[in-house]
Structures are given as C-alpha cells and as structure tokens.
Design a protein around this ligand. Sequence first.
Ligand code: NG1
Ligand code: ZN
Length: 547
Amino acid sequence: MSQFEEVFQKSSLHPKPKGLTLQYGTAGFRTVAKHLDHVMFRMGLLATLRSKQTKSTIGVMVTASHNPEEDNGVKLIDPMGEMVNSDWEGYATQLANAEQEALCPALKDIIEKEAISISEIASVFIGRDTRPSSESLSQAVLDGVSCLGGHTQDYGLVTTPQLHYMVRSRNTHGGYGTDTLQGYYQKLSEAFIELTRNAQNHTDDQKRLVVDGANGIGAPKLRELEAFLNSELLVVLFNVGCSGKLNYLCGADYVKVHQKPPQGMHMEAGERCCSFDGDADRIVYYYNDSAGSFHLLDGDKIATLISTYLKELLIQAGLNLQIAVVQTAYANGSSTRYLEDILKVTVYCTKTGVKHLHHAAQMFDIGVYFEANGHGTVLFSKKAEEQIQQLTQDSNVSKAKKRAAKLLKNTINLINQATGDAISDMLIIEAVLAIRGMTVQEWDSIYTDLPNRQLKVKVSDRCVIDTTDAERRAVTPAGLQDAIDALVKKYTKARAFVRPSGTEDVVRVYAEANTQESADDLAHEVCLAVYRLAGGVGDVPKPDHKH
Ligand code: NG1
Ligand code: ZN
C-alpha cells in the first residue's frame, strides 16, 4: 500500500466533522476538544513533512493553555524551539479544513511547493497538558506521524516550554541542553544555584514563594524541579490539580484579567505570590498589602525588573550591548514611559502574539520580550553570548567585571530562549530579587501602573475590524477609530484600542486612564462604540465591573 493510500485509510479513522472550518490562530488551533481529533492526526502529518523539509526534529504540543478544561488545541514547534513559520501556519489551516477526499491532494501540494523529499527521515517530539482529552488527542498526532513513516518521541505530560526546550536541545546537539526532563531541571537548577550564591541575606523567609499552579501541568513539574534546587527556593503550592478544575477561578489569565487573587490560595499580607497558566508558559506575580489591597506585577513589571538587572550588569561588565524591550499595545503606559524615559532602553511595540514579539526581540543584542499577560523571555544574540563568554574567561579583567560577566552567563543558562516559560521566568525573578536584596513591594514601586480595564464584545463577524500601527488603531469599520479618539479625549492620561481576538470569537477592548473609574467608563464606552459600529450581537454590553 502506498503511503498516500495509508494516509487516506487512516484519516477515515480520524474523521473531520463535515463543514467544520478552523484557523491556525495566535497560538495554533483551539476549540472544544471533541472537534479536534482530525486536526491532531493531520498535524502529525504536517509535522512529519516539516521535519523532512528542515531535516530537523519538530515539536507538536497538545494544549489549550489558559482556555477552559473542555477546550483543547495544538501547535507546532520549529527546529530552534520557535513557533512554526507563517507559511506553514497556512498549510496547517489548509490541511485541517480539507474534506477527506481533498486531504491527500493537499498533502501532495505542500510536498511539491516545498520540494520535500518524502524518503527523508523525520522526527517529531510530542507533549501534552493535563486536560482529560489530551491523551487521546496526542495519540491521534502519533498516528499521523507514523502514517508518513516518521519517528516519534512522546514526552507525555510536560509544560509547553519544556517541549520547546526539548526540540531546541535536540536540534542543537547539546549546544543548548540535554533533551530530557532531567537535563532541563539540571540546567535550570544549576544556573539558579550559581546565581543565588550572590544573593544578599538569602534567609528562609525570603526564599519562600507561594505558587498557584492553575490546576495544570505546572504544579507537578514544579514539584519535580524542587528536588534539584537544594532548598534554595521554598515553594508553597496551591491549585495543584487534585480537586479543582483547570484554569477555573485561578491561573495567570484569571488573575491578570480580573485583577484579583485566584481562589484556592492562602496569602498572608505582604507575601510574594505568583500564578502560572494551564500549560505553564505564562506567569504573573502579586501580593496583598497590609490594608488588604491587591497588587499585580504583570508581564510589564517582569520585563522592567529583568531589563533593569541586565542593564546594570552590562554596565558593571563594561559591555556595550544594546538592550531592547519588546511589548504589545496591552503594555501599561506607565511601563513604556519608565523604560524609555528613566531606564533609557529601546522599546519596540508589535502585534499581539508571541511569534511577533519573539521575531522583534531577535533584532537586538539582547531582546527582552513580555506580553502584559506574563508570557515572555529574553533572547541573547550570538554576539552577546560570545562577548559574555569571552569576558568570563579573560584573566586580565577586574574582579567586579568578572563577577558581572559570570552573573550574565548564568542568567543566559537560566533563561529558556526557545519561548516564554513560567518555571524559568519564576527562577530568574527569584534570583534577581535575591541578588538585589529586593522585596516584592520594592519591585512593585519601580513605577505605578495606570488603572486599566480589559473587556470583550461579541460581534457577528470580528473580521470587520482591521487594525494598523501594531493594533493600536482601527482602520475599519469606518468611523470606529474617530469614535474611540473622541472618547479618549474626554479623560486624562487615557488610551484605548480594540482588536479582534485570535483565540476567541470576540473583539477585545482595552482602556487605561488616570483613575480606575475613568478606565472602566472609557472601556465601557468603547465597547458600546464597537457594538454600534462593528455589528454587535446579543445584549448591549453593560458595565459589568460596577457592582
Ligand atoms: P488573543 O485572543 O488574540 O487576544 C490571547 C492573548 C495573547 C496571547 C494569546 C495566546 C491577551 C490580550 N491576548 O490572544 O497575548 O497570549 O492569547 O495565548 O492577553
Ligand atoms: Zn499558556
């Protein structure tokens, strides 16, 4: 039987619901799990072709991140651990939407366009999150790969960034790390222990960190890591997934969007806490002050802490390397002002979605990128890594320079440069706070966030909204941007924008202003403008934040 006959036959065991069309969105395919079996099988096929084309290992992660437990999703990972190239996103959409008879012709089309030699060997790494649907869906991916004769390595339950790390490690043949969980924990823990050796007064009190695992994969993986940390970090875990539902009233997305602590967590006043999301690629920090007020330290605060630390080390090391911080339109205006005016680093704004931030960060010697929601990492260029490495080996430099160079080197080892990683980001933040002898309150006081509000509006077709200027301005429908501009003018220090979501069937609205009441009112008024001018459906949006 030819390979294509086998694909045709096996594909009928993973039938596509007739008429269903899906789009490879901001972070792969995402929808209710019961509609995804055929997509998984086909992504197994596509990953195998991508592997043959790149002559490298490709990753397939089964997860829907912060979405509800009933959903699932899948994304492909390119050889260096990055999100898959955008041409291949298009192929993914074509394959996912092809009816049974059109599947093999669609595959042949890709093989031709990309000049793929089908006899080439292929290798695909697979991982999954803790959703009940993930196990059988990852089995469908395995079926797809074996249909085209690819080799598979199934890592089972892993965080999304762990799978990105495995793919990058395999393709760099040990130049990045060892492609096992043990290798991942060893690399991170050794760098963390080296860094915290430099900490001022690292007492047990300061080592204590309260973590919300979002009832997802992050909690068991953090437990595994703990064994490698020699008690240099004392993690107190909540929402570990034994009883609560994944991402339900907890996790990084809930905390960021609702600006309140997760349920199921015990927080003492002043205590440093953080939340992962369901697949542990996002993290946000927070604390309650003694008056009971909640303080959130989101991706923008994380980017500020890390870039301040790196800039200081570069000065101490005498290295002339350019640092840039990459943000999206969701970055709080105060953070952008602080980074540009006080810290004096380059700030670059991209469209929402990690792949856009990641690519922009690659343009600089050191690119720190974070979405406000807590997804981010730091990229070091080859030039930066080489200069830092050389300095650590130079016997003619001062002790202070050498110390800074060693700290930079261990920081590079601690960072997961393949993608944003809640575990790696958490360790960096903990190390930076320890080295600088800084409390979470001191970190929070670097700048004060402008009050802000994020809302969503349902419209009949969210594609009627087209944006420009890194999504900060709406080009269509006619009149919408003028309406937003007029509303923004009514408030002080205000800013607002709208964009169609890439992961949900909604239009997102963001507003910030000098008071929470103004931010709330502005967000609500912009929702009404979207509803009126972009074909709102259902009830007219109500100011649901006013209780
Ligand atoms: P959409 O639904 O396109 O806004 C959301 C997040 C993104 C990104 C993706 C993937 C916000 C406002 N948007 O995208 O930043 O993380 O999910 O997870 O947080
Ligand atoms: Zn995630």
